[in-house]
Structure formats: C-alpha cells, structure tokens
Unconditional design. Sequence first.
Length: 403
Amino acid sequence: MVSTFRESQATQPSPVRSQIQALQPTLVEWRRWLHQRPELGFQEHLTSEFVARKLQEWGIEHQTGVAQTGIVATIKGAKPGPILAIRADMDALPILEENQVPYRSLHDGKMHACGHDGHTAIALGTAYYLAHHRDDFAGTVKLLFQPAEEGPGGAKPMIEAGVLENPTVDAIVGLHLWNNLPIGTVGVRSGPLMAATECFRCQIHGKGGHGAMPHQTIDSILVASQVVQALQTIVARNVNPVDAAVVTVGTLHAGTALNVIADSASMSGTVRYFNPELGEHIPQRIQDIIAGVCQGHGATYDLDYWRLYPPVINDPAIADLVRSVATNVIETPAGVVPECQTMGGEDMSFFLQEVPGCYFFLGTANLSQNLAYPHHHPRFDFDESALQTGVEIFVRFVEKYCA
C-alpha cells in the first residue's frame, strides 16, 4: 500500500506538503507498531513509553503519567500567541483480532479496532512536524495523548489533572478515523456531532411459581416484556420529533425452566441523544414507565441509571475553521461531508464542555482494498493513506489558528 501511494504522489500534485508526504512511510510504521501492541484503558504502558521515547528524541517538552498513562506534549511557536490543544486517544478494545496481516495484534484478546493506533500516529507526526517548524506558528500547541476513551473514560481524569491549564487552553481539536466515510473525505459539523452515552440496568421482582398455575404468581417475564415495549414510547411520544434519541434494551434475562414462572427478570440498555435538555427528561420517563408497569402487575423493581459521556458538541467558529482547512486539503468529489452525525459516544465531549473546539471525522474506508469493516469489528482496519492527510489538516489548522 505504501509503495502504491508513493508512486501516485509522483504523478499527481497533492495538497499534502512534501515534508508530510515524506513522513507517510514512518506514520505507517508507527501505526503498525502500535497496532501490534494494543492495550486497554489505563494500561497503555507500552504505548505511552513509545510516545514518550519519540518526544524525547525530538526534544519536545512533555509530561508522562498524566491520569495514569496519559502524556501531555508542549510545543512553543516562534512568538507568543493562543494556546491550542490537539487530543489523541491511545487505548484499544478487548476484541480478538481476525485480520491476517503482518501487523496483527500480538496481544490475544486485545485489538485496535477503532483506529486509536492511527490517532496516536497522526498526533506523533503532527508533533514531529511542528517541532521542526516552530517559526510557522505563534503561541503554544499542547498535544494530549489520552488513555481509556473506550472506558471507563480518560478525558475527565486528564482535565482534573490540569491538562487544560498552565498555560490555559483557548481551543481544542481532535479527529476520529472513520470507516463510515470513504477515504478522501472529512466529516465536519457545527453543533452536536456525537451523542450522549448513558446506561441503565433494571431488575424486575415478581413472584415465581408453577407454569401451570399462573394465578399464584407475578410473572416477571410478562412485566419485563411490557416494560421493554413501553420504553419505546419515550422516543416515539415523549421526545420532540425534531430531536434524535435512542432508547435500546440490549439484554433481557429471566427464567430457568420452561414450566417455571420466573421470580425475577433483569434487563439492561443504553440511551443516546444530542440535545442536552433530554438529559433529565429521558431518565425520568424510564423511571416512570418501569414504576407504572410494575405497579400495574404488583411487581417491584430496582433501577440503576448512570451517565458515561455527554454529547460531543462542536463550537461553530472552530468547526468553520476546521472546515475551511479540510476543504483545501480534500480534493475528492465527496470532499467535506457536513451531515455526519452518529449516535456513537466519545469522551472528547468533556474537553468540549471546558473549551471551544471541534471534533471531526477523517474518512478511511476503502472498499477496493476490503478496508471497510465497521468500528469494533474483529476485522476492522483502515486505509493508511489517511494518516498523512490527518497530519496535514492538523498542521494547517495550527498555522491558521495560531497565526
């Protein structure tokens, strides 16, 4: 893939500058090294050591051990100016990789199935370029190598550790390699991009008994099934139709034998929405519905509801700046895609609650190379030619924002 890419660059002009094109084979090398050594959240020791070693080689000031395994690198421009943060997550997933490639995971049961190895490589490439071109920008760039995005969440601990202070960050940007978009595209959107991620578990308590004598029981399975159906009315009838939301029951477990009415039933699910105003309304409706159905049948319940990440909401001004940069870098007909929302969640949202910023998608799917499996799939992989594009977009954004 690398040789084909380099040949095409020799015959076609590219908006990616020659110095970053020259980094492409090294970006691939870094990404594949990281891909072979996936580590779960707050366990990214090899990854952090790799990143720190590179930063040390390039003479870039950095702090390790932030929020356990995070790293903050600081690169100062030629003169004073704004403080910009660039965020890259580093963790992998507990998935057994099925790809038969030379850079396949060496850690059984762990896999970079969401592109975070690419995020880290792009951030390293950006750090390398900026450190060697400090005269091209003013102010300071802080690169945040974040642990544990996949869970339990590393953004909030990094914020609590002070990564947005000393000096105080004025804006933040980040990207996600995205197999839901083809290679040669960028997804940029003002306002809500990704959904809030919230979860619930519910235990329905009935009264068990013989399957042939239902009048002596309170059927927890019947109650649970009615709860599942009733929960679907929240989005259909309690949420404004112009707002998008999801209430999904993903598990339902009950019973031990075909002729026994189950004493209890358990379910769990997830809630997603873009509008922060729904953050109180939906959980309350879930509580009300479960309570009402249980009361109607004489059952009781225990409900546990917790919030993981708020919605990712981009600042319009920063998103416009990212869009203008991406428009100059992306030359394919599809170009910059504005309607790229997803109900997936991301803890980049915590950073965006603190400072204005923009999170955007960099298209990486390539059907012709069988690189289009969805994120979190055991055969997930992406078109690595996107790596240099990611560096170019970040560098151009720095040059424009920190002019």
